[in-house]
Design a protein around this ligand. Structure first.
Ligand code: 48F
Length: 263
């Protein structure tokens, strides 16, 4: 099939209107949410898919233009991820093929995992906005977290002074990974915010101990402040728990735990 310029009926304004009108329609439909997820890594994508599956209105705001967070890089750019057998269903449910490996683990292709996790989250009804970052939270009269403050990632990267926009959400999930940006923002900015004695605010997770890090991830996934659930690496970063490297089952199970916390 070839295209003949003389018979094509669109012009540049068709493209412009199509992009702006359809984006604005979808964006306006996502400014009052059941759940706002910050970060489209494995934990955030898993939580978003499961919550959207329940019929909740869910949006994921991802700073980068690509989704998947740390999945793509596998371990040291080798695009494979290792998962525990206990988390296998969270990948097979989205159609990822697993190879048996050793010591109770399985192997998945990183590209297949990132793309299928994203596609199934979208199919479940989650809206994924790329190039938009969460720079702050909205609080209600009781200082409960009641939404996110968003801006274009490019605005922040360029250092431009541009005021953000607020989005309401009944619950916010911090899936921002190692920097645990939303949780840290809450600690820093919400008057009197504290996550309790188990949580310290020394930035970053502890050094590597893969089994301990994986086990801690799921335990650390919880509502750490009214309206704020922390998941994935962010959950270990705010508790100074161990890092685990390129084993991802804990991230998936943490995403499921975050969804259960909201339910
Ligand atoms: O880091 P990331 O993949 O989060 P995760 O779900 O998984 C961690 C693993 O990938 C890996 C690991 C496994 O051993 O430790 O690191 O905890 O994805 C986090 C996503 O959040 C985005 C960031 O670009 C990435 O895609 N992000 C970070 N801060 C913000 C953000 C923000 N403020 N607003 C929006 N997106």
């Amino acid at each position: 099939m070839s295209l003949d310029a003389k018979s094509l009926r669109f012009d540049e304004l068709t493209v412009t209107r199509g992009i702006v009108e359809s984006f604005m329609h979808d964006f306006l439909d996502a400014i009052d949410l059941d759940v706002a997820v910050a970060g489209a890594g494995p934990s955030g994508l898993t939580a978003a898919r499961l919550l959207a599956d329940e019929g909740l209105k869910v949006a994921v705001f991802e700073r980068n233009l690509h989704i998947g967070g740390g999945i793509w890089g596998g371990g040291m750019l080798f695009p494979r991820i290792v998962i525990e057998e206990e988390a296998a269903d969270l990948l097979t449910d989205v159609g990822v093929r697993l190879r048996p490996w050793q010591d109770g683990t399985l192997i998945a292709d990183a590209v297949e995992s990132a793309t299928k996790m994203t596609a199934t989250a979208i199919d479940a009804g989650a809206r994924i906005f790329v190039g938009i970052e969460v720079e702050d939270v909205v609080v209600d009269d009781d200082d409960r977290i009641s939404g996110v403050v968003i801006n274009w990632g490019a605005v922040e990267a360029a250092g431009l002074h541009v005021d953000p926009l607020g989005v309401h959400a009944q619950v916010v999930i911090d899936g921002t990974g190692h920097p645990s940006e939303v949780s840290r923002t809450v600690l820093r900015k919400v008057p009197g915010a504290s996550f309790g004695s188990d949580f310290d605010c020394v930035p970053g997770e502890a050094s590597m101990h893969a089994p301990r890090g994986e086990a801690a991830l799921v335990v650390n996934t919880k509502e750490i402040y009214p309206g704020l659930i922390v998941t994935g690496m962010a959950a270990n970063a705010v508790t100074k728990s161990y890092r685990m490297g390129a084993i991802f089952g804990g991230m998936l199970l943490s995403g499921r735990r975050a969804a259960d916390e909201r339910s």
